[in-house]
Ligand binder design. Structure first.
Ligand SMILES: C[S@@+](CC[C@H](N)C(=O)[O-])C[C@H]1O[C@@H](n2cnc3c(N)ncnc32)[C@H](O)[C@@H]1O
Length: 292
């Protein structure tokens, strides 16, 4: 079985930056520490629950989530991405794990709209987890600092694992896939969305279906994510850059531009030219992983 590492033209961040996996993880922590401290220093801290690029409907598709979110809702594109990801999956009475949970917006969205039994979030970044613990007070929600490649939960603990725009930073993606299989109960679902190279998605399909999963949905949502960036990124950039004592700081402005990917940025262009795809995969676990 080929590994993500061996895929030609791998987009792994450590390949691009020439750093080892352990260093990559500490860079990820530093990066999100920076974002969290910018937010803490701004008037936005209490409002930002997501770190993803969101989803905007561009044409009505049969598999689109049927519903409306208020135009004035700050996080509506990110909330919409969660609802698109969940699709027809029912989670009432279920145990849910969100891996790479960031500031907890996905679990808060699920808790507010459905009746899951429990919701756990894991993120590598301690500042995000500290924010989650302080901001989300629903007793069904629990947050843990931890690594997607080494989940601190017992076998068969969850009915649904969600993962939004996070796996692109994992040095050993197959370890993560095996961990998802391990913590899911048979019949449980893995709802997965990210920005990856087409070859990395091919690998995900191949690896996961060879290791106990069946694919129930596979949607290219690149156009929807780009539309969300077109609509929201400049507004978000202005809000971020205006706030707090670092207002006008060029380092902060550059970081935010990289992160928010407004139209015309390098990241936006790489997606628009097809080098990356943003997809939703929904998979169901049939059996335990054969490569544990
Ligand atoms: C772009 S943010 C998305 C956050 C959240 N899913 C959302 O939609 O708002 C990526 C998140 O993945 C987390 N992350 C990166 N590598 C991780 C790892 N190895 N284990 C757990 N979380 C990780 C980061 O700390 C960050 O919070």
């Amino acid at each position: 079985m080929s590994r993500l590492h061996d895929q030609p033209g791998s987009a792994r961040l450590d390949d691009r930056l020439g750093v080892a996996p352990a260093q990559l993880k500490s860079r990820v922590i530093d990066f999100y520490n920076g974002l969290n401290s910018y937010l803490a220093d701004s008037s936005l801290d209490g409002y930002v629950q997501f770190f993803n690029w969101g989803y905007l409907s561009v044409d009505s598709r049969p598999d689109d989530w049927r519903g409306d979110l208020p135009a004035a809702m700050l996080d509506r594109h990110a909330v919409r991405l969660v609802l698109e990801l969940l699709g027809p999956l029912g989670i009432d009475g279920r145990d849910v794990l969100d891996v790479g949970c960031g500031r907890g917006g996905t679990l808060a969205t699920l808790a507010g709209r459905f009746a899951p039994r429990s919701l756990a979030g894991v993120d590598l970044n301690p500042a995000s987890i500290a924010h989650c613990k302080q901001a989300h007070t629903d007793p069904r929600l629990r947050f843990f600092q931890g690594d997607a490649e080494d989940l601190a939960f017992g076998d068969g603990s969850f009915d649904l694992v969600t993962n939004i725009e996070s796996s692109n930073a994992y040095p050993d993606i197959d370890r993560f896939y095996r961990e998802v299989n391990r913590v899911l109960r048979p019949g449980g679902h893995f709802a997965y969305t990210d920005l990856l190279q087409p070859g990395q998605f091919a690998h995900a399909r191949e690896y996961l279906t060879a290791n106990g999963f069946v694919i129930e949905a596979d949607r290219d949502i690149t156009a929807n994510v780009l539309a969300a960036r077109r609509e929201a990124a400049q507004v978000q950039l202005r809000a971020f850059n205006a706030g707090g004592s670092g207002a006008g700081d060029p380092t902060r402005a550059a970081l935010m531009s990289y992160f928010l990917a407004p139209e015309g940025s390098e990241f936006f262009d790489h997606i628009a030219d097809g080098r990356f795809e943003y997809r939703i995969l929904r998979l169901r676990k049939l059996a335990d992983c054969v490569e544990l």
